[in-house]
Write a protein that binds this ligand. Structure first.
Ligand SMILES: [Zn+2]
Length: 324
């Protein structure tokens, strides 16, 4: 288990060391020396309570791996049909009084032009729409990789917000990545070292959370604990169940999650078959990919103080998850 003190020491040690973007703060955001980095990277996120006024309840839509591209089907992957499925989901979600809808990454399979097709469809959501960064989202020319978050309308690569007693933490699993940074860049080279150190032999298409984001996650969850909030942590990549799809440093992330009683759910995509396990009082749910098969897959999730209800559509299962 990684304690905050250890994380602070790790983050301080990371300052001044070469590494992937996530292993040291970007230029201008480096915390002052001799102080815990959390004091120099004060988070900013909306604290305004919005959406349906039912205290302690939040309802949101969730979609994983739309992964559109204008290319022929490959096995179960129906790339062009993703537009129809996304339109169906948006139309159904617009009939509900939602707080927001989140797409959990891999919005497109490849190509900058793909965004032009599916972004307007997702933009048809009446509730606020949020995107996480997936590995496929960076399958674009080197010159525009850095522009992907802006193309998805993401103000920060990782961020958090609170609504009705729930804190939603949206992680960047491509913080340390072989896809998200230009070929041959220092960030890509050090990402390979990171992968080989944490998960030798793990697939190139996964990713990891750098020290600074890990520390930020720990700080966000400590705040949620102190405020009596419940937390849902979201990332494109799972951390559990164990398998070939998890974050390279899943054990580090899991150590942080386990140390905070506010954490009720970890929601992910990336594994197109979906998965679920409950451990440490946390529900680890991976949604099935919208892309796969001729049948749609997405969910509407209603979180209360007592339980989380997953209303699965198409291939996504219904679930009632009791909270600790
Ligand atoms: Zn993925």
């Amino acid at each position: 288990m990684i304690r905050r003190a250890a994380l602070v020491l790790l983050a301080i040690a990371a300052c001044g060391m070469p590494g992937p973007r996530g292993e040291r703060p970007p230029r201008g955001e480096r915390p002052p020396r001799n102080e815990p980095p959390s004091q120099g990277t004060e988070p900013s996120y909306p604290r305004v309570q919005t959406g349906p006024a039912i205290a302690g309840t939040v309802t949101f839509g969730a979609i994983a791996d739309c992964q559109y591209a204008d290319q022929p089907d490959a096995g179960e992957r129906r790339y062009r049909a993703a537009t129809t499925k996304l339109q169906e989901a948006v139309a159904a979600l617009n009939k509900e009084p939602l707080n927001f809808t989140v797409h959990l990454g891999d919005f497109t399979d490849k190509g900058w032009a793909s965004y032009g097709t599916v972004a307007p469809l997702f933009g048809g959501l009446q509730a606020p729409g949020h995107h996480l960064l997936g590995n496929h989202d960076f399958e674009v020319p080197n010159a525009v990789k850095v522009e992907v978050p802006e193309r998805l309308g993401i103000p920060e690569r990782y961020r958090a917000f609170s609504q009705n007693g729930w804190r939603f933490i949206l992680l960047d699993g491509n913080d340390v990545s072989l896809h998200a940074w230009p070929d041959g860049s220092d960030a890509q080279i050090t990402a390979r070292e990171f992968r080989d150190r944490h998960a030798p032999g793990a697939p190139d298409w996964n990713g990891g959370l750098g020290f600074i984001q890990l520390l930020w996650l720990d700080t966000m969850l400590a705040e949620a604990d102190a405020a009596g909030e419940s937390a849902v942590v979201m990332c494109h990549f799972p951390v559990l169940p164990a398998g070939q799809h998890v974050l390279w440093n899943a054990s580090e992330v899991l150590g942080v999650l386990r140390s905070h009683p506010s954490v009720k759910m970890y929601l992910s995509g990336h594994n197109h078959d979906g998965d679920y396990v409950e451990q440490y009082g946390i529900h680890f749910l991976t949604l099935r990919a919208m892309l796969d098969t001729g049948e749609n897959a997405w969910a509407m999730i209603r979180a209360t103080r007592e339980e989380i209800r997953v209303d699965g559509n198409g291939r996504e299962a219904d679930r009632v998850l009791s909270l600790r």
